[in-house]
Ligand binder design. Structure first.
Ligand code: SAH
Length: 468
């Protein structure tokens, strides 16, 4: 294969960043702007050792799964890499991706039989995100714009709304622009590091209807606080839902020249410093800085499946590794004797303890530190927490640390429930647990938490024994 070669290929799969993948003589070719099922004429633009990049020349036969992306900036924004593929096909792609990883990397030949029905969004696969952040900038004419950064740049592409977020955002964006026009407040310029307004952040409690609006600023305060609040209240009224209430208006201070969006200090402008929301029956207190799952509805379904896999009777000791703010720990605590959680970020553990208190949950205990160190030490000490009936892990994309997997095998839990945001590392870790620990994959469920993006979340059950 050489540069400028022309081929006719069928697109079979999608990469995470939204390129279609086809094959020429067994070699994978990535082609932007294509969808699985397309038959296309492509030109090779770059040949690497084990794969190549192609450019779409013409669509010979478009895929029947293609749809017109409902969002007009879907291609530029890069957030929704699968919007041009219908939702049913998106779910099939995700299921196949997990299944392929488990088979190829995990060596699980019957991966297809162990897969339960995928948990896709039930009604509308849009409007699921409870948190949005929009950079604030100016267009060529100098007018204020809110939107997103064009890929690989820091130019703000304006949007009226984002279809993955709450419908009220459209009104909030308008209100912030109006506030800028009325007050003449300055906008942050990345090059010079001057100007005040950097980002708009909105957080919505989907169950409680509580709304937080935060402005990230390069300074200590904003002018005309009352005017801003008045405009935001009008915006919420304009959206016209009885179930939504402006609960909190905050400023967050970030004076650093950095890509990090949120700074370390926040001040209240109006209402409370936080909002509440629920996952299942567990109530969470969410501040500007808090981590909280962005799709609360699907998170509840995923965790219910994790709970089902844990098969608790009320007598079990459970470890929740990589517990974050304790979402899973608190969710499981009602049906366990004791839940231990461990997480590396101290602030998250503070939130976890606070949320346990908020829900009057008394049978959880949280540790700050690296799971591999904390748990290994507790296991070696032989004291409280050295035994577990069930272990839940929910690691970041790089998967579980090898030392943690060793300790986990020694702890010898009856069940391991693995929640994963990366099927490749999930498959790798299952292989280790199987080869060194005798744990077998019993069943798994793929859950679509981020519709229209390539991300897929999986929950898997492993045990050495027969399971129900
Ligand atoms: N279950 C959590 C989210 C887990 S995301 C929830 O629903 O809130 C993965 C978490 O692992 C992150 O919070 C990250 O800070 C944490 N983490 C990363 N490396 C870690 C390590 N070595 N030990 C413990 N926690 C770690």
């Amino acid at each position: 294969m050489q540069k400028n070669d022309i081929y006719e290929i069928e697109i079979e799969d999608m990469s995470e960043d939204g390129s279609g993948i086809g094959h020429v003589d067994g070699m994978a070719v990535f082609v932007k702007d294509t969808a699985p099922g397309d038959v296309a004429e492509i030109k090779i633009i770059k040949v690497m050792k084990r794969y190549a990049y192609g450019k779409l020349m013409s669509l010979i036969r478009p895929s029947k799964d293609r749809v017109e992306p409902p969002c007009e900036v879907a291609r530029q924004c890069g957030g929704c890499t699968l919007q041009h593929v219908n939702y049913g096909a998106q779910l099939r792609l995700k299921r196949n991706k997990v299944e392929n990883c488990l088979r190829r990397i995990g060596g699980i030949e019957n991966a297809s039989d162990l897969c339960e029905e995928i948990l896709g969004m039930e009604d509308n696969p849009f409007r699921f995100r409870n948190k949005m952040q929009f950079p604030i900038g100016r267009d060529k004419e100098g007018r204020p714009v809110l939107g997103f950064y064009a890929q690989r740049t820091h130019c703000v592409i304006p949007v009226a709304d984002c279809m993955t977020g709450h419908g009220v955002n459209r009104y909030i964006i308008e209100a912030v622009k109006e506030y800028i026009n009325e007050t003449g407040v300055s906008i942050y310029d990345e090059e010079s590091g001057t100007g005040l307004l950097r980002h708009l952040i909105t957080r919505t409690g989907f169950t409680t209807g509580e709304l937080m609006v935060a402005l990230v600023i390069n300074g200590d305060d904003i002018p005309d606080r009352e005017l801003l609040v008045k405009m935001l209240e009008e915006a919420v009224r304009g959206y016209g839902s009885d179930n939504l209430c402006l609960t909190s208006v905050m400023i967050n201070i970030n004076k650093e020249k950095t890509n990090r969006i949120i700074g370390f200090e926040s001040k209240r402008v109006f209402g409370r410093d936080y909002i509440y929301d629920y996952i299942g029956n567990v109530r969470f207190r969410i501040s500007v800085e808090s981590f909280f799952q962005v799709n609360p509805y699907q998170t509840g379904r995923l965790y219910r499946r994790a709970l089902e896999y844990a098969d608790l009777t009320g007598q079990e000791t459970v470890w929740d590794m990589y517990c974050g703010i304790g979402t899973i720990s608190l969710f499981l605590s009602e049906q366990a004797k004791k839940v231990y959680g461990v997480e590396i970020v101290p602030q998250a553990i503070e939130d976890a303890r606070g949320n346990a208190e908020l829900n009057r949950i008394k049978n959880t205990e949280f540790f700050v530190g690296k799971a591999e160190d904390v748990v290994t030490e507790i296991y070696s000490s032989g004291g409280d927490g050295s035994h577990a009936d069930v272990v839940v892990v929910d690691p970041p994309r790089k998967g579980c640390d090898g030392k943690l997997l060793d300790t986990l095998i020694k702890m010898n839990p009856e069940r391991i429930v693995y929640v994963s945001c990366d099927p490749a590392t999930l498959a790798r870790d299952i292989k280790i647990l199987s080869e060194s620990g005798g744990y077998k994959l019993k069943k798994y469920t793929v859950c679509d938490m981020f519709s229209h993006s390539g991300h897929c979340e999986t929950v898997a059950l492993l045990s050495r024994n027969e399971v129900r």
